[in-house]
Design a protein around this ligand. Structure first.
Ligand code: SF4
Ligand code: F3S
Length: 111
């Protein structure tokens, strides 16, 4: 089992999750984060910390196989993130927006 970052993280990218993960298994893209499924120890601590409610256990129906696959794929190529940075200025506007998958960026996080 692992926890999975899902659609509502896109363009919200609040990053509260990285501050609480005991094994530092979050990886950062340009506009969302993912969890490395082989590194996550299933502690569940990050799930209630996400203001966008974007993190689910892989057993939850909100964490589809597609999202698990995306987390596994991009956690291998994006940089590890250990500290919360500045969320996007318009994060609140995107929280809960429809069809955010179209806005997903495959590019890595830039400092
Ligand atoms: Fe990290 Fe625990 Fe969240 Fe897994 S469930 S990503 S180990 S905080
Ligand atoms: Fe994304 Fe929520 Fe973390 S919006 S960056 S999963 S706190």
């Amino acid at each position: 089992m692992t926890f999975v970052v899902t659609e509502n993280c896109i363009k919200c990218k609040y990053m509260d999750c990285v501050e609480v993960c005991p094994v530092d298994c979050f990886y950062a893209g340009e506009n969302m984060l993912v969890i490395h499924p082989d590194e996550c120890i299933d502690c569940g601590v990050c799930e209630p910390e996400c203001p966008a409610l974007a993190i689910f256990a892989d057993t939850d129906e909100n964490a589809s196989a597609d999202w698990l696959e995306l987390n596994a794929k991009y956690s291998k190529v994006w940089p590890n993130i250990l500290l919360k940075g500045q969320p996007p200025d318009d994060a609140e506007k995107w929280d809960g927006a429809a069809d955010k998958t179209a806005a997903f960026s495959p590019n890595p996080h830039q400092d």
